[in-house]
Design a protein around this ligand. Structure first.
Ligand code: ZN
Ligand code: CU
Length: 489
């Protein structure tokens, strides 16, 4: 009997997302699901794709993004994602989420990474889910509820201090409601000035709600520099004491020249702590970070490139020292004049980046910031950069391992059923690419260049990207809700 289905991808080199060795085979898709995998010579598809010489992997899951707003503006907006083979994004990271928060004045940084007050109109995650359903996009969305968003509401904007018990109770209620309405967990950005005033106990108290309702905890830690080890211990403690919840350390790094090389120590510490509790981390493949511009934290030995500025948009993409020279002032004075603004900080060591990426607990997450005028190139280049530069050119790890860090591992950490692996019954989130040519083209000077070597991308069985172009109008992405939600009693 012949199997007839919508699509058969033939003779592909299949990387199934589990990290298992590649194999040659066919994949049959019916509707939004993978129907069969293997030798399907007796099957026929309404569409047949000859994938000889190409690699077929599960669609990439971007473990760390700030795409909360990007996914709301329709499929055209997510070209930076689909063009890399990404089919699912994790939003709401670093304590910053669009929901549940309505604002009438400019949000305190870094909440303004998502936009000014005009974007903060969603009173809850139910409304966020509705907005995504009404105007779907071309990637699936998993959303965290951000600590800073909760704080701004509960503390009525007065956030440069610890929350009171009453405010903590308000945040707990709001988080509970958010998790029940589809937020998949709770994120913090304790590094940032408004949130660094939150003591560990405040975070534990709020995270207890995650333990009760189901979900995970992700954090941009308090300190990624001198006190990075203390921060890892604090993060693990929050996971344990809130009720043994799964923890994701966001964009793990050892920041600032005096900490270069310390990833040996931090990874050993994570492994030691991870023996008793679930602990993972994401990483982006570049030795520079990007966030809001913070004049008080500038250092002479860390070069800075401006990504956006409200009063001086013309300076986006320029080196801060060059701007300071032009303006005849110190770089701190120039930075103050640029505010509110964003920047890239060249603050990491390449050897640390490689060691962290190669560690078995790592997941690949871009941390791309999509609304910047001249964004960090990670927004457009992360996944092809790992596959091309780090796998093929550098030989840091195998293609199987790279794909696992972008798919199967990520789906397991976030608990995404039916995602991240190629097997019968899984969702047909797929990327077809040329392992010999895949390459990022986004650079510091030209950060929005599209990558090369991604042949075709399917999300829930529908083509979202093909031959260098997004598929016009295709919007098969879904809001993934909270896959770990326990039954509300
Ligand atoms: Zn962050
Ligand atoms: Cu981030």
């Amino acid at each position: 009997m012949t199997l007839r289905c919508d699509l058969v991808i033939r003779d592909a080199t299949i990387l199934d997302g589990t990290g298992a060795p590649r194999f040659r085979g066919d994949v049959a898709v019916e509707g939004d699901r993978i129907r069969a995998v293997g030798d399907l010579s007796s099957a026929s598809g309404a569409e047949e794709v000859d994938a000889a010489g190409l690699a077929l992997a599960p669609g990439f899951i971007d473990a760390h993004t700030h795409d909360d707003r990007l996914v709301l503006c329709g499929p055209e907006c997510v070209h930076c994602k689909t063009s890399q083979g990404v089919t699912t994004v994790v939003v709401g990271n670093c304590g910053v989420s669009l929901a549940p928060l309505r604002l009438s004045s400019r949000p305190p940084p870094p909440l303004d990474l998502l936009g000014d007050e005009s974007w903060f109109t969603l009173g809850g995650f139910g409304e966020y889910a509705d907005a995504l359903a009404k105007r779907p996009t071309a990637v699936n969305t998993f959303a965290f509820c951000g600590h800073q968003s909760l704080r701004v509401e509960a503390m009525e904007g007065d956030v440069y201090r610890a929350a009171t018990d009453r405010e903590i109770a308000r945040m707990q209620d709001r988080l509970r409601e958010s998790l029940r309405q589809g937020a998949g967990g709770f994120s913090t950005g304790l590094y940032y000035p408004p949130n660094m005033h939150a003591p560990t106990e405040e975070v534990i108290a709020i995270a207890e709600v995650v333990a009760q309702e189901g979900g995970l905890y992700a954090t941009h830690m308090r300190d990624e520099a001198d006190r990075v080890a203390d921060s890892i211990r604090e993060t693990a403690r929050i996971g344990r004491e809130s009720g043994n919840i799964e923890v994701v350390i966001s964009h793990h790094k050892c920041s600032m020249p005096e900490n270069f090389g310390r990833s040996r120590e931090t990874l050993a510490l994570i492994d030691a702590l991870g023996q008793d509790q679930p602990l993972a981390f994401d990483v982006y493949p570049y030795p520079a970070g990007s966030t809001v511009l913070m004049p008080e934290r500038l250092r002479q030995d860390v070069p800075v490139q401006v990504t956006w500025s409200v009063p001086h948009p013309e300076q986006a993409g320029r080196d801060l020292d060059a701007i300071a020279r032009d303006w005849g002032m110190t770089r701190v004075a120039a930075a103050e004049r640029l505010l509110p603004a964003g920047a890239i900080y060249f603050q990491m060591d390449e050897a640390d980046v490689r060691r962290i990426m190669a560690h078995p607990r790592s997941m690949i997450g871009s941390d791309g910031i999509p609304h910047d005028a001249k964004p960090h190139p990670r927004l457009w280049g992360t996944f092809p950069r790992v596959l091309g530069h780090y796998v093929r050119d550098v030989g840091l790890f195998t293609l199987e391992t790279a794909v696992h860090k972008m798919t199967g591992r990520t789906a397991a950490v976030f608990g995404l059923p039916g995602r991240g692996t190629i097997r019968p019954g899984s969702f047909a989130d797929l990327v077809l690419f040329d392992a010999a040519t895949v390459r990022d083209h986004a650079t510091w000077a030209d950060p929005e260049a599209i990558s090369e070597g991604i042949a075709r991308v399917w999300c829930n069985g529908e083509t979202t990207f093909r031959a260098g172009q997004p598929s016009p109008g295709a919007a098969p992405g879904r809001f993934l809700g909270n896959p770990r939600l326990r039954d509300a009693a």
